[in-house]
Design a protein around this ligand. Structure first.
Ligand code: ADP
Ligand code: ZN
Ligand code: MG
Length: 481
């Protein structure tokens, strides 16, 4: 029998606020343990939470961008569970009345666009971090760091619309790109700013119902999500083919074992006893605020990609790469504003520039070549001051030193030779020192022409204007002497 996978994701994204969701403590990553804490986020008796307005604003920005519907009222609830990373004994989260309902993200899958529906987006606070000496199972000592407690999160829940690990990864990439465009989350998966739990089940290919799902936790990269899902789908298929029943459970991805391991089954499932938090009033969202946020949204990757294809006539593939991050797109657009030949700029950015950045593991904002420098260099190729080949050398030099192109060309003496008397002199030398080749050419061996052009280029260290060399050399060879 053929099976198909059914996948739904729950993504936690840390919002880029200066302070926590219910107190004024800093959200800065990398502080000393428990440095960013106060009586509110450490759950002391008698304290009261106060909602950070900026948190709601960033969450709304995301929800509106993802086409969610914003109910006028949302409610914070207490999700009760007892664990040392949660000093209050409950997490404040939205449950019955989330901030946003519905919405969608479009992804590319096998050359077609697939719409992945969102169930909801809600607000919640993050929990603390437990640090163990030794392993978690057999620790000599355990410590708790509450810096992360109370850091604002949005949870984005998808419908079970994804059909393969590759689609799940494509969804995450797209979502990461969008939250970074929106400047609501830095998207850093290693630091945990973006985390993903994946729910997966299998069913006979093409059927309608849903199978029993398992939930995979502990994946902090796109690659792990993809690998864990692949493993889990294979495991479920093998189990079903052996006549076993899939049990609903939570499984952990173990990177060292390259496998998912059972963490807890349904019988141990939490009963969170949710109820509305009496310390916080319901959040009422003014529709004028939503409209203001809608109007302030930046152009998002899909729209940008479409515009690059339609207005700038770029191939879809190129447009997608250029729009993957807001920073790269901005770099590209700034360069095109100065040198309005989009295809040429795109070629340089996608080949030379990205190659160097990828090699050095650098982001575009760490690139020493400014849009002004790149555009300046392209203009020099365009007006014939340098050849395309020299352009590549200039580019490398700009990348290495951060210097501007005209200065580099001058300093290195890389100006293209366009002076016909100078070129005529070089051609004369080449012709006299290669009598055999010249006779062969004159006897009809056209191929030798390329060789002779090569000799002229070599003699000028690649700086001769190739078009002029071609013309002058042909003329010279056509004459009798
Ligand atoms: P739970 O009550 O276990 O939290 P939910 O219905 O809230 O489950 O769904 C959580 C996530 O699991 C959602 O992303 C949803 O799309 C996904 N999901 C639900 N049922 C299935 C299933 N049978 N197979 C795969 N994913 C599923
Ligand atoms: Zn605090
Ligand atoms: Mg759920």
């Amino acid at each position: 029998m053929e099976y198909e996978a059914v996948i739904g994701l729950e993504i936690h994204a840390q919002l880029l606020t200066e302070s926590k969701i219910f107190c004024g403590c800093s959200t800065r990553f990398g502080a000393e343990p428990n440095e960013n804490t106060c009586p509110v986020c450490t759950g002391m008796p008698g304290v009261l939470p106060v909602l950070n307005r900026r948190v709601v604003e960033l969450a709304l920005r995301t929800a509106v961008a993802l086409q969610g519907e914003i109910p006028t009222r949302s409610v914070f609830a207490r999700k009760n569970y007892f664990y040392p990373d949660l000093p209050k004994g409950y997490q404040i989260s939205q449950f019955e009345a989330p901030l946003s309902v519905g919405g969608h993200v479009d992804i590319e899958s096998d050359g077609e666009t697939r719409r992945i529906r969102l169930t909801r987006i809600h607000l919640e606070e993050d929990a603390g971090k437990l640090v163990y000496e030794g392993t978690m199972e057999k620790a000599d000592a355990g410590y708790v760091d509450l810096n992360r407690t109370g850091v604002p999160l949005i949870e984005i829940v998808t419908e079970p619309d994804l059909r393969s690990p590759a689609e799940a990864a494509a969804f995450l990439r797209k979502l990461r790109s969008i939250v970074r465009y929106l400047e609501v989350c830095d998207g850093n998966m290693e630091q945990g700013s973006l985390r993903c739990d994946a729910n997966v089940s299998i069913r006979p290919a093409g059927s309608e119902g849903l199978g029993v799902k398992t939930e995979l936790k502990n994946m902090n990269s796109f690659r792990f999500v993809e690998r864990a899902l692949e493993y889990e789908i294979d495991r479920q298929i093998a189990a079903v083919e052996d006549g076993e029943k899939i049990v609903q459970e939570t499984r952990l991805w173990d990177e060292s074992k390259n496998a998912t391991l059972s963490m807890r089954g349904k019988e141990e499932a939490h009963d969170y006893r949710y109820f509305p938090d009496p310390d916080l009033v319901p959040v009422e969202i003014d529709s004028a605020w939503v409209e203001e946020i809608r109007e302030g949204l930046p152009e998002l990757p899909d729209a940008k990609e479409r515009r690059y294809v339609e207005e700038l006539k770029l191939p879809a593939e190129d447009a997608r790469t250029l729009t993957a991050t807001a920073e790269l797109a901005e770099y590209f657009e700034k360069t095109v504003a100065l040198f309005p030949q989009a295809k040429k700029v795109s070629n340089w950015v996608l080949t030379e520039l990205l190659r160097e950045l990828n090699r050095d593991n650098k982001e575009i904002d760490e690139c020493a070549v400014t849009p002004e420098h790149l555009a300046g260099m392209l203009s020099m190729i365009e007006d014939g001051s340098i050849s395309g080949k020299i352009g590549k050398q200039v580019f490398e030099e700009m990348y290495r030193t951060g210097k501007e192109p005209k200065g580099i060309v001058k300093e290195k003496g890389w100006v293209q030779i366009q002076d016909s008397s100078e070129l005529t002199g070089v051609i004369e030398q080449v012709v006299t020192s290669h009598p055999d080749e010249v006779s062969k050419f004159r006897a009809g061996k056209e191929k030798v022409f390329g060789f002779l052009v090569g000799q002229v280029m070599k003699a000028t260290r690649g700086q001769a204007n190739p078009k002029m060399v071609n013309e002058l050399l042909r003329k010279r060879l056509a004459s009798d002497d």
